[in-house]
Design a protein around this ligand. Structure first.
Ligand code: NAD
Ligand code: UDP
Length: 314
């Protein structure tokens, strides 16, 4: 039985990861400061004697004896990571230093949840891992994008200098059950708006694109990445190459929910990337992985989740 630490384990992705790792027969420590995560997300895991919940902030050092670390602690929605930009940078940078220090001391494997945001507003399409990105270092998204970039730098440096066994994954837009209904991300916003017959808020003209991955596919990719041989560090893109405009997403969700919502247009936030699609050749080759859930299937499950959520949280 492996002992595994998941930072940010009470968040959207972290809670699915903890569940999967427990089901695979591991002993899991879920560490979270509950900034954007909640006990509700992991309530169903608390009964397991192989699950431990720790309230802790990754900007402070943490000690435990573990074999593997998944470092997910960081708010991911633009409204949350911009709420306290300085804290977001500290979480990414000091969190990475603290967790890498722990991995070094324990000789544990450590995986960093990086992001497609390291590509910024990309001038290469689709984005492959060799592309260095186009990030505005002083813009409103910089606290997140640059925080994640320096975290990648720290991971590579600990690997080169101290031989820490690292893995870096670059996650593309992921959605699914347990996203917060009000966290501002596009899939949850549109579904909640559609189900309440409220206006669907498209920022800009809706021609910008994103590639949406269902959470189960991501979790499979994360677990497979952790299991790769030590000489495979990544970074590796984990995302679904299906690319849609935001307008297409809105229309799809209106159609699938049978909503009476109208579409309204709001100003585009600054530095909002124009296009985003992963090249997943590296993941296909090294992880034998590719997404299995298409947008309609994933949206159907997510819509069902929010229908239930809204019924019980009026
Ligand atoms: P989330 O906001 O639901 O989860 C983040 C979790 O980290 C929350 O539980 C939060 O309370 C916790 N956290 C934040 N700051 C912390 C701190 N200082 N100390 C301890 N815990 C802290 O977001 P998510 O979508 O589940 O994202 C998880 C990870 O995946 C993040 O690192 C994010 O950057 C990365 N990621 C997500 C996406 C996506 O589309 N969801 C895309 C790319 C990368
Ligand atoms: N978006 C939108 N309406 C919303 C929320 C988001 O049109 O209510 C747009 C947003 O401007 C961006 C895309 O949807 O172009 C994805 O936004 P999200 O915050 O989900 O992720 P990110 O921008 O980090 O990829």
């Amino acid at each position: 039985m492996k002992k595994i630490l998941v930072t940010g384990g009470a968040g959207f992705i972290g809670s699915h990861l903890c569940e999967r790792l427990l089901n695979d027969g591991n002993d899991v420590i879920c560490l979270d400061n509950f900034f954007t995560g909640s006990k509700q997300n992991i309530l169903h895991l608390l009964d397991s004697r192989y699950f431990e919940l720790v309230r802790h902030d990754v900007i402070d050092p943490y000690k435990a004896e573990v074999d593997e670390i998944y470092n997910l602690a960081c708010p991911a929605s633009p409204i949350h990571y911009q709420y306290n930009a300085i804290k977001t940078v500290k979480t990414s940078v000091m969190g990475a230093i603290n967790m890498l220090g722990l991995a070094k001391r324990l000789n544990a494997k450590i995986l960093q949840a990086s992001t497609s945001e390291v590509y910024g507003d990309p001038s290469v399409h689709p984005q492959e891992e060799s592309y260095w990105g186009n990030v505005n270092p002083i813009g409103e998204r910089a606290c997140y994008d640059e925080g994640k970039r320096i975290a990648e730098t720290l991971f590579m440096s600990y690997h080169r200098q101290n031989h820490v066994k690292i893995k870096i994954i670059r996650i593309f837009n992921t959605y699914g059950p347990r996203m917060q209904p009000d966290d501002g991300r596009v899939v949850s916003n549109f579904i909640v708006q559609a189900l309440s017959n409220k206006p669907i808020t498209i920022y800009g003209d809706g021609s910008q694109t994103r590639s949406f991955q269902y959470v189960d596919d991501l979790i499979e990719g994360m677990v497979r990445t952790m299991a790769t041989p030590d000489d495979f560090t990544g970074p590796v893109n984990i995302g679904n190459p299906g690319e849609f405009t935001i307008k297409q997403l809105a229309e799809k969700i209106i159609g699938m929910t049978g909503s009476r919502s109208e579409i309204i247009y709001k100003p585009l936030p600054s530095d909002d990337p124009v296009r985003r699609r992963p090249d997943i050749s590296l993941a296909q080759k090294n992880l034998d992985w590719q997404p299995m859930v298409n947008l309609e299937q994933g949206l159907a499950k997510t819509i069902a989740y929010f229908e239930d959520y809204l019924k019980h949280n009026k």
